[in-house]
Write a protein that binds this ligand. Sequence first.
Ligand code: NAP
Ligand code: ZN
Ligand code: ZN
Length: 347
Amino acid sequence: MSTALAYALHRPSGTFEPTEITRRELGSNDVRIKILFAGICHSDIHTAREEWGKVNYPLVPGHEIAGIVEAIGSSVTTHAVGDRVGVGCMVNSCRVCENCLAGHEQYCAKGNVGTYNSKDLDGTITQGGYATSVVVDAHFVLKIPAGISLDVAAPLLCAGITMFSPLKRWGTGPGKKVAILGLGGLGHMGVKLAAAMGAEVTILSRTSAKESDAAALGATNFVVTEPAALRELRSSFDLIINTVSASINAETYLSLLRFNGTLANVGVSPEPLSTRFSPLAQNNRVLAASGIGGIAETQEMLDFCAANGVGASIETIAANEIDAAYDRVVASDVRYRFVIDISTFTA
Ligand code: NAP
Ligand code: ZN
Ligand code: ZN
């Protein structure tokens, strides 16, 4: 076993405190990573504040991990000491079910093992990336290509893949009109990726506060989600990806889809996503949802980002700023992802 210095929450309403945690002994298929950067995803906050159910405290969140390989197990051939690597939202799965074998480990029939607050196959509870190191099965360790610096790569491990997967699945490319609903961590990656894939991108946001960033992110249009403005957009998009961290009116956004269009949800809605028959049937529309992406697809996304010069837009923070960053994410006051500089961790 090894120890790591982590920043942990000890109760839902607590503040982050330096806490020593243990990492498992390096197994033959494991990689030990010195973590340099960890992104803050809204899912960390939902989990930490028990908005998604009971949590095992102390909790070390963090599933947007970037760092350097420190040690490898005797059977590991895919990674070497000194490699630049990343870890996303899962660290294990059964590896033998139909979905795992097809490369969709996130949909493992037995449930994937989340990077934190999840029971690992050995029965221990996983702890995430707000820590100086982590031990992960080599299969779940991604290569961060040269050309993307580790700080802007970290958010790709969740926000990047969560957007890349539905963008690809629903055919984003030249000639397609894509709208991204909610311009936060996921949303801004969606805009950059959809633009890099060649689509015409519209941002749908609650206020005009972020309008001046639209062009730099790669969007052609920016629309404030007011009824009159949305009425103008009826039957106009091939794909809308909803990244909102609250409930939305599904029918409002379904009505904006043209023939065969898809409303793909990745924001976790606390309420049912409901629609009457006609807003869905009209134009042969699809209502969909997805969770992150598989390991091979995550590597494909990282390689795509390197080839296209795509990285997250980040604000780097120190260990003592995590609590304030959580409040700022909830207030939508982030441009567009907080990334913790793990070198600032002190006991
Ligand atoms: P974020 O940075 O907070 O962005 C969410 C955006 O949604 C905000 O910037 C805001 O955009 C909009 N929004 C927030 N509250 C809203 C409200 N009450 N009504 C309408 N719009 C609101 O969060 P994130 O990290 O991108 O995560 C977004 C959601 O995706 C979270 O629920 C997270 O748990 C979930 N998630 C899902 C997956 C998956 O695999 N499916 C993966 C990661 C995260 P505007 O200010 O532009 O309106
Ligand atoms: Zn996430
Ligand atoms: Zn499986």
